[in-house]
Design a binder for this molecule. Structure first.
Ligand code: ADP
Ligand code: MG
Length: 368
């Protein structure tokens, strides 16, 4: 089942929360909606589910306008952050609840419950009450309930945010596997960029009432269309550097930290976005331009928090462990991987290795 949003807008009284949200989500797609807390993710999901009215725009399910259709007729199922299980019903009864309400035959209900519990590895827990389960198991019951409903579209609102980090990682791959196995169209809301990057086929980034970008995880990471998207994805976060001198085909942050361009940019104010892994440090040079302020050892890599001599702070990742200490002087240069943003925070140029593209070209590529 495909879901199409055409210029969906939502206001609560006079407060505009979402404006002109448009996207077409295809059958079998894992589609993530990502953005900071309060950007309207739950609001958007609830409009799709039919739980709250749409202020303006058109919502289509399988090419049919459903703006006025009540939730139970939309053939969707929803999984919430707080699981929404009935405490007085056992696991099997919780999973069966929606099916019984739909007056399915008794053996059909039993069959679906059995299959759903097998899929989420909870067959042995059918008779337990929710309070006798761990957080992860409760979330699996909620998943089983969604699976048993046999709806082809599943909406999930931050389903893993109440779990600890380790379990979250495990559930991520479980949900992804189930989605693939069942061919579900899954619309998944999260504020966690890592979840979106690792699980989704496509991501929609919401901020400031608007869609910031829609694309695959690779497109979003390599070709962020503006500074918000560039900043939101990636750990440690991308560095933004102020260009001090723009001379012909070069943008210079200082005497040593320079970014070569293959084309000339129009005169203007620019910012460079450079990922922490694309800055290079050298502790053995006579000339230096930065000082180590702090070090984080993360196992396979270390993060250097450094201060450039002209004032800006940068994050730099290097492989392995470092023997240098705080206040160590060093030379910071850059690999030819960077993004140039204009004064409106829009990306105007992407450089990757030897290749450079303007955003216009990239937009054409994405439309083709
Ligand atoms: P998110 O899920 O991205 O954290 P929400 O969709 O919950 O964001 O909320 C988006 C905005 O809409 C917030 O500013 C929130 O305060 C506001 N909002 C949400 N629900 C209501 C409501 N029922 N009445 C008025 N304002 C609301
Ligand atoms: Mg929310």
């Amino acid at each position: 089942m495909s879901i199409e949003l055409q210029k969906i807008t939502k206001s609560y009284d006079t407060n505009l929360v979402l404006e002109d949200i448009s996207v077409r989500i295809e059958t079998g797609e894992f589609f993530a909606i990502v953005g900071p807390s309060g950007c309207g993710k739950s609001t958007l999901l609830r409009m799709i589910a039919g739980l709250i009215p749409i202020s303006a725009g058109v919502l289509k399910i399988d090419e049919e306008i459903v703006n006025q259709l009540p939730p139970q007729d939309r053939k969707l199922t929803m999984v919430f952050q707080n699981y929404a299980l009935f405490p007085f019903l056992n696991v099997a009864e919780n999973v069966a609840f929606g099916l019984k309400a739909r007056r399915l035959a008794k053996n059909e209900v039993a069959q679906r419950v059995k299959q759903a519990l097998e899929l989420v590895n909870l067959s042995d827990f059918a008779k337990r009450k929710p309070r006798e389960l761990s957080g992860g198991q409760r979330q699996r019951v909620a998943l089983a309930r969604a699976i048993a409903s046999d709806a082809k579209v599943c909406l999930m609102d931050e389903p893993l945010s109440n779990l600890d980090a380790q379990l979250r990682g495990k559930m991520r791959s479980e949900i992804r596997e189930l989605q693939q196995q069942l061919g579900l169209t899954l619309i998944y809301v999260t504020h966690d960029q890592v979840e979106a990057m690792t699980m989704a086929d496509r991501i929609m980034v919401l901020h400031d009432q608007h869609v910031q970008q829609i694309g695959s995880p690779v497109q979003i990471y390599q070709h962020p269309q503006n500074t918000f998207v560039a900043d939101f994805f990636g750990t440690p976060r991308i560095n933004f550097l102020t260009v001090q001198h723009a001379v012909s085909n070069q943008l210079a942050v200082d005497l040593f930290l320079k970014f070569e361009l293959q084309t000339k940019l129009p005169a203007g104010t620019y910012q460079i976005g450079v990922r922490p892994g694309d800055l290079v440090v050298d502790f053995n040079q006579p000339q230096t331009n930065a000082t180590v302020r702090n070090l984080e050892y993360l196992g396979t890599q270390s993060v250097i928090h450094a201060q450039l001599d002209h004032g800006e702070e940068v994050r730099i990742t290097v492989a392995g462990q470092l023997t240098v200490g705080v206040n160590q002087r060093m030379l910071v240069t850059a690999k030819p991987n960077f993004i140039v943003f204009d004064q409106h925070q829009q990306a105007v140029l992407f450089a990757q290795g030897g290749k450079q593209d303007g955003t216009n070209q990239i937009q054409q590529l994405q439309q083709a």
